[in-house]
Design a binder for this molecule. Sequence first.
Ligand SMILES: *[C@@H]1O[C@H](CO)[C@@H](O)[C@H](O)[C@H]1NC(C)=O
Ligand SMILES: *[C@@H]1O[C@H](CO)[C@@H](O)[C@H](O)[C@H]1NC(C)=O
Ligand SMILES: *[C@@H]1O[C@H](CO)[C@@H](O)[C@H](O)[C@H]1NC(C)=O
Ligand SMILES: *[C@@H]1O[C@H](CO)[C@@H](O)[C@H](O)[C@H]1NC(C)=O
Length: 408
Amino acid sequence: MFVKSVNAAALAAIFIPPKDLDVNSPSSIRSVASTIAHGLMSYYSGNVTNTPETIAVFPQPHFWWQAGAAWGAMLDYSHYTGDSSYDEVIKQALVSQVGPNFDLMNPLHFGSEGNDDQAFWGFSILEAAERNFPQPDDNIPPWLDIAINTFNTMAPRWDETACGGGLAWQIFESNPNGMNYKNSVSNGGFFQLSARLARATGNATYYEWAKKVWDWSEKVGFIDPKTFIVYDGADRRDNCAELNRLSFSYSHGIYLYGAAVLYNYTEGDKVWADRTNNLLKGADLYFSPFDNSTNVMFEQACEPYGTCNNDMKSFKGYLSRFMWATTRMMPSTLGRVEELLKPSAAAAARACSGGAKGTECGQKWYVGGFDGVVGLGQQMTALETVQGLLSQRAPPPFKAGEIKHVKG
Ligand SMILES: *[C@@H]1O[C@H](CO)[C@@H](O)[C@H](O)[C@H]1NC(C)=O
Ligand SMILES: *[C@@H]1O[C@H](CO)[C@@H](O)[C@H](O)[C@H]1NC(C)=O
Ligand SMILES: *[C@@H]1O[C@H](CO)[C@@H](O)[C@H](O)[C@H]1NC(C)=O
Ligand SMILES: *[C@@H]1O[C@H](CO)[C@@H](O)[C@H](O)[C@H]1NC(C)=O
């Protein structure tokens, strides 16, 4: 039986160097996840002075969205390992960004808030809701209401004046580049939020929206009908005629999990089963870069060329997160997901052998060890891949009726 609140001291007592991870041993996985999570949190000092500018965010050059994603990784950590030692810090961070209207629109960070950024924070708020994570205090609504409010800001941004629909990347004209670009991460984000809200509330309005966003994503060509590879986006100025065919692991994971949630919500609809299975096949693009690294995940658009930026260095973490999560919504995917993610977790853990203590995580897992490129994103990718090995032992996300919608 899954025991909540494994204490941190007990974890520390059985320290296992990440590179020695045994992917089949829960205690080994917990110990290694604890070390990597500690490394992740060492990038965070935003709570020390309790000023609004620093709470929840990681120092530059990390953008606001990545902080939202990092708290999602830490929520997964708490849930999968049962180690609640960071719960207060996580809760403080999440609550600090809800904004005056409780919809993840925080004026302090408007300068870097696009639809995709808001969606990443939305994923974390939904994780809190779906796990009955301790609710916000005082005058702040329950997690689920914040997620609903977030949806209610996004739906009116749906734009049918070009490309037949879709959300633009950006929300504000003042943010560069993005009002003309319709991208898969923003639309996939809206799709997944809608899918999860359908399951979390039982309200069919969200299912209708999820179907609409999926259908448009297919029609515009973001999801390749033959290979099930997800492309990055297209420009409204040519009515999305020309696709930007770059592909990143995170958009792939986002659509995959949304489809799996709808499979679960519809109690096994074949259409969603096929879409989930197809996207899982499409995910092969992100594995096995060389003969010497079978089933090891990599960011194929940039890692082999050494061109990943800070954001991209965290992307693999979301594909891992959402592949593990998919196994709980559609159990028949577990075999294939384990085939891919067990070797990836072992390789990720071997990459966490840098720094003075030999526990800092590098970027490329296919090199067989530490590649010298450390960072927050590297801690996040390794953490999600390793801790997900425990996903079958923790409760699946709660659905409508199981989610506490009241405080206390
Ligand atoms: C800040 O967060 C760290 C975890 O990274 C925690 O150990 C510490 O107690 C927190 N400090 C405050 C003032 O909340
Ligand atoms: C279902 O969700 C939509 C969108 O948030 C909302 O407008 C509607 O009131 C909800 N319906 C019910 C019965 O809660
Ligand atoms: C939906 O998810 C639950 C929880 O993991 C699982 O028990 C159930 O089998 C899933 N439903 C289908 C149709 O696979
Ligand atoms: C596998 O081959 C690639 C390309 O030659 C190389 O960069 C990488 O370091 C190798 N990995 C291992 C584990 O030997």
